[in-house]
Design a protein around this ligand. Structure first.
Ligand code: FAD
Ligand code: NAD
Length: 568
């Protein structure tokens, strides 16, 4: 990206928060702009033409000179402190908090003990989605019936394992660089080493074996994330018994792999491995596969994502001991019944992927210095991410966000929690509604959800004395889905018929991960069904699945507040 003349390099880039915004900056070019010179007038005139843009909101509040000055430096710290904010951990949570803090004028530092980007960028969302992009195409190219229905002929589908692995690795490097540059450009101090809390406003950091640096900060955010959880008795060798950290490198594609745990990681990797030719055996401790999903969606997902594929499964069993392959012997998996603890027949497979959840990473953090005890490893926080000590009191000026607090182990939740904390420390009370945060599993087709499942909603309804209704629509009636020959899918909304409040939405089908946002935004903004049902959707699009869903809900006897018509 190029620097501007009237705005400094730092200030120009400071507007960059995501790839989309980078594009937006580049898109300014046609409006009176000669790169690499983003002239003041150009920026001003563009800003006026695009109401609602980030530039307009910045320029609307302050003069361009002020914006330029404040954006080109990383704030000035409050009196008596080295920084306004120190963040421990430069994963997506820490990154989201850092960017928002600088925008709010805070002098900010972020401490990272390993590589910038944390789990999501280096060992999670990013490389896994690169592998899933490949598995989606392989699946399509191998599906003769599907191709025939579209009138297509593909002679044969194949892949180069190292090429696929490189795609995942290259994507992670690219996003890691973007993340690092976005912080450097706005002057966030990226400090290298392990961070340890010395007190509510004091942190040390440094490389092991070197002398420590002590810094003070008005506020501290702990954002140290998580690592794979490996149950007792399971020996990981990184080759034949692996976690997602190893699997993402795709060093091999085993003929037969057991996946222990059928949550997000297990399910996404089953999609990757079966598309690349492996046979999969699921081992799941609970009585059903995908126990975290809405049961009806889970059932449909099993019918489409499990049963027709080379996948078998054992539910209600624990993997009590797993021994890696050695001296020509296969991987052995000893199983016990999850309830009775009776031994079950031992499995012998080529490899095993352990996908049994994640453990918070709080080692060496110095929590004892602020009188904090973890709970099952997680750092206890209240609804504002304020850390709670072992006596139940709030630790002043210390917050914890992301996987380390265990509220919702998702990348965008970590980042949203970080932004929420910054809002609070800059004087605006803010509580994040976790029931409005969407989640998605990127299988083919995808699964997405927001809010409560049907059983959770019914339980809440019983406790609080309200009725619960369910509306459903199928992808089979959607023109766009049928044009793509992808009519297998269901959208389901759980709602209150008395008020029109949306309690939860679950989608299984093509691009479900993108479709969920209309519902999650409605929940976040408190939009009721009787209002959203009049919103117009372009035809033919998959979004009409949700349009149908909203229209098919039966909200009784409620009228929304009358809104003044908006003149256009
Ligand atoms: C295979 C896989 C796929 C995933 N896919 C998705 C997905 O598609 N969508 C989604 O929303 N989520 C996904 N997740 C979950 C997502 O990756 C996490 O929720 C997210 O990374 C959490 O962010 P965080 O900032 O809390 O922690 P992390 O990303 O784990 O970052 C924490 C950082 O802190 C550093 N650190 C730790 N201790 C210290 C210390 N004492 N001093 C200095 N630095 C320290 C670590 O090195 C790390 O860089 C996936 C996870 C996995 C494993
Ligand atoms: N697309 C996404 O958003 C995405 C993708 C991957 C991971 N993640 C996040 O990463 C986290 C970890 O994912 P995950 O799939 O490892 O965890 P998970 O909690 O989603 O699923 C773990 C599964 O393993 C089972 N299990 C636990 N111990 C077992 C044992 N000894 N034997 C047999 N089964 C056992 C559990 O019953 C559960 O079904 C999740 O919280 C998720 O939010 C998100």
């Amino acid at each position: 990206m190029q620097a501007s003349i009237s705005l400094s390099a730092a200030s120009h880039s400071s507007i960059v928060r995501s790839d989309r915004t980078v594009e937006f900056i580049s898109n300014i070019k046609p409006v009176n702009l000669r790169f690499c010179g983003l002239r003041r007038e150009a920026l001003g005139s563009y800003a006026l033409k695009r109401p609602g843009s980030r530039l307009v909101s910045l320029l609307g509040r302050r003069s361009l000179t002020e914006v330029s000055a404040s954006l080109s430096s990383n704030g000035v710290s409050s009196k008596g402190f080295d920084y306004d904010l120190v963040i421990i951990g430069a994963g997506v949570g820490g990154h989201g908090a850092a960017l928002h803090a600088v925008e709010k004028g805070m002098k900010t530092a972020i401490i990272e003990g390993d590589v910038v980007g944390g789990t999501c960028v280096n060992r999670g969302c990013v490389p896994s989605k690169a592998l899933l992009a490949v598995s989606g195409r392989m699946r399509e190219f191998q599906n003769e019936q599907h191709l025939k229905a579209l009138g297509l002929q593909v002679s044969s589908a194949g892949y180069d394992r190292q090429g696929v692995a490189n795609h995942a690795n290259d994507l992670a490097s690219k996003i890691r660089n973007n993340l690092t540059n976005s912080m450097k450009a706005i002057g966030v101090d990226i400090l290298t080493g392990v961070g340890t809390v010395l007190g509510p406003q004091k942190v040390k950091y440094g490389k092991v074996g070197f002398s420590d640096n002590v810094i003070t900060a008005k506020n501290i955010i702990i954002a140290t994330g998580s690592v794979p959880f490996v149950p007792k008795g399971i020996e990981v060798d990184g080759k034949t018994v692996i976690t997602s950290d190893h699997a993402l490198k795709l060093e091999s594609v085993p003929d037969w792999i057991a996946i222990v745990g059928s949550g997000y990681i297990g399910l996404e990797f089953s999609d990757v491995y079966t598309a690349l030719g492996s046979e999969v055996t699921f081992i799941e401790a609970l009585d059903q596969l995908m126990p975290g999903f809405d049961p009806e969606i889970g059932k449909l997902a099993q019918r489409v994502l499990i049963n027709p594929r080379k996948i078998d499964y054992h539910t209600g069993v624990f993997a009590s001991k797993i021994t890696p392959a050695k001296d020509g012997k296969p991987v052995t998996i000893e199983l016990i019944d999850a309830k009775t603890k009776e031994p079950k027949p031992t499995l012998e497979v080529d490899a095993a992927l352990i996908a049994t959840g994640r453990a918070p990473f709080t080692k060496g953090l110095g929590l004892e210095n602020i009188n904090v005890e973890t709970q099952r490893g997680f750092i206890p926080v209240d609804e504002r991410m304020r850390v709670i000590d072992k006596n139940g009191n709030l630790v002043p000026h210390v917050y914890c966000i992301g996987d380390a607090n265990g509220k919702m182990m998702l990348a965008h939740a970590a980042s949203a929690q970080g932004i929420s904390v910054i809002e609070q420390v800059s004087g605006k009370d803010h509580v994040l509604n976790h029931l409005s945060i969407p989640a998605a599993c990127f299988t083919h087709p995808e699964i997405s959800m927001v809010g409560l499942t049907e059983p959770q909603a019914r339980e809440k309804g019983e406790q609080e004395g309200f009725e619960v209704s369910v509306a459903k629509t199928s992808f089979k009636a959607n023109t766009k889905a049928l044009a793509e020959n992808e009519g297998e899918g269901l959208a389901k909304m759980i709602y209150r018929p008395d008020t029109g409040e949306i309690l939860g939405v679950h989608i299984f089908g093509l691009h479900a991960a993108d479709l969920i946002h209309e519902a999650s935004n409605a929940i976040a903004l408190g939009t009721c069904i009787q209002d959203i049902k009049f919103a117009v959707h372009a035809h033919p699009t998959l979004s009409e699945v949700l349009d149908e869903l909203f229209k098919s809900a039966k909200v009784c006897g409620v009228t929304s507040p009358v809104k003044e018509p908006v003149a256009v």
